[in-house]
Structure formats: C-alpha cells, structure tokens
Ligand binder design. Sequence first.
Ligand SMILES: [Fe+2]
Length: 376
Amino acid sequence: MKSFIKKDNFFSGLRLRQILNDLKRRPEDAAKELKMSISQFNKLLNGEDPLTEKLVRQITSIWPIKLVDIINPFYDSEPSYKVMKASSSAKTSRIMKRGGVDYYEYQDTVMSKNAPFRPEWIRELVYVSDNDPNNKNVHWNKGHLLHQFTYFVGEVNFYYLDNNNNKKVAIMNTGDSMFIGFYVPHTFATRNKKLDSYIIAITYYDTISYDIQNELLDYGLKRSIKFIEKSKKSSTGKVKIAKYDNCKFKYKRYKNKSIYKYKCLATTPLVNTSDSIELEVIYNNGFSRYSSSHQYLYVLSKDGCLNIEGKTHKVKYGDTLYIKPFVAHKFNKTGLKVLIMSVQGKIRKDTIEQLRHMGEKNIKKIIFDDTSWFKK
Ligand SMILES: [Fe+2]
C-alpha cells in the first residue's frame, strides 16, 4: 500500500478495491473499461502506482463515484494531539475594525484539520459605560453558520438577538459562558476601561457541515425547504447563558479521593453533541482520561502539567491543546485549571450501532479493504 500512504499525493487508490466491489467489477473488467492492461490496473489496486489526475478524470467519468471518495485521506492526516503555546497565538494577532474603529483583537488558538473547532481568543477593544442593548458604539454581526460556545474572562457585555428578535445584553464576568446556535446576530464590548478582558470563542461544526451544504446545493432550494416543511418548530431557543456563580462544583472521585472539581458550562438541547466544563485538578492522581469526542483545552491556571500518551507537557496560561478521540491523557498534577470543550465527531449513535453489529474483524476490513467480495 505504498502510494496509498504517501502524504503528498492528492488522490489515492486506497478505496479502489471497495469501489470495484461495490460496482461488482473484477479487476479485469475495470482494466478493460479504463483501456489499460490488467497488470497496469493491478499496480493501481495494490498501490504500486499512484492515481494520477488523468486517471481520476477517467474513473469519475465512467463510474458513478464522487471525487471525494478517491481523495487521499493521508493527505489530511494529523497527529493524535496538538499543543499551541500562548506565545504562538500572540503572533497571529490581528485587529478587526467595525464601523471604522478598532473593535476586536483576534488570535488563533490550536486547530486541527480533522477537528470541528475553529476557536479564537478575542479581546474587545470598545469600552461601554452602560448596559444598553442599543448602545451606539456596538456593532452587530449578522450571525454565522458555526455554533459558538464562549467563555468570558473579565468584564464583557454580550449582545444578542433573542427568539423574538429583540436586542438583549448579558452582563458577563470571568467564568460565565454562553452558547449560541447558527445565525444568531451578536456582538461583544468591554466594561473594563483598560480594555483588559477577553473571550474564548469556540466556534465549531456540528451536523451541518460542508458535505451537508453540498447535498442541499445538489437538491436546490425548493426541494431543500421541503425537508423542514412538516417538521415541528422547536421551542429550545438558540441562546443559552450560564452564570458561573449559579453553577455548582462537581467532583470526580478516583481511588477514594476527589481528584478534580469542575463546573458544567453553557449548553443547549439544540446541540446535544457537545459540552463544556471548567476543570481544576485538586489532588495528584494517576487517573487516565479519554473521551469519544474531539477535545479542545484552554489553560486557565498560571501554569500546570499534564500528560498525553505518556508524554509530560508543561503548560502555561493561554496555551491551547487539541486531543483526538480516545487519546489517553492524565491531568495528574494539582493546580492545573482548564476549560474543556468536547464535540462529537461524525461517528454518532446510528453509526456506532452498525459498527457494533459489524464486530472488530469487520471494522478492520472497512478501514482498509483490499480483498475481492468473492472467492474465485
Ligand atoms: Fe461569533
């Protein structure tokens, strides 16, 4: 499978065997259709030869398969975790203007190609002396497709349109959090004269991702609307606010000791595939954590220590980490305080149920199937 795993190739024959199986073609049938010799075709099939753009054009024009199915998954491969230092984030600083004035300072925090997060550190550059939702100095956006979980540090006003399209303001302080669903117009301003406040704005993809957008595009607007014509309107609402002081600490027990204290932050039934907590390690421990979700971590303590896949990392305030599902990690040293946002990947309830029925042997096969569907 040499050429399959070459990271720099755009295309890969990794799924070619399965494509043949699905289309009920033997290699000799496929070779004939592609006007090549069977030995040439077998080289594509076993990865000796790469799938060139010319071949891809040929394959997608004669067989009903999507281009995306032959894109090399290794091209986008990422490590099991990533760390971004606060100093690296600072280098991405850029000032955004709204209404002609400096409005936000943005800094990137850790991101991974295969994770749903697009998290930003944002400092508010406009000071407000009141809590009027119609304050003339605030500039609203139109809302965006990605959901947004926000953790507040310092004195920040959060402005949003409620379910009835009324302008609202939430007066937020350190530890408070909010969730807004897609396309809720919103904005932020600081109540701190020194502009010494910021937010961790974790926007993320959930069910409505690029592939869903492309599927709706394929159906067209009229047909796409039909999906929702008969569905009932939910009364959930798209905005949730959690005040830090109203949330109670919970404790994680391990070997008869409380090792973490944590608070659950803003969440909503509209998106039940994500959750967020603020966690502090209160007892040195050997507890190994893992999650079936993608995890984003923002370090809130001055410094701290954590262990991922057996490797110890010293972290500082403002460092950010991304951890893939099922990657073992330990918050083993007292004092570490982190914000953790977890978002499920695309492997959810229905998929898990089918994988369970399939069993381990077949999961191995679907990751890489290099056998024909029948024995000669
Ligand atoms: Fe936003």
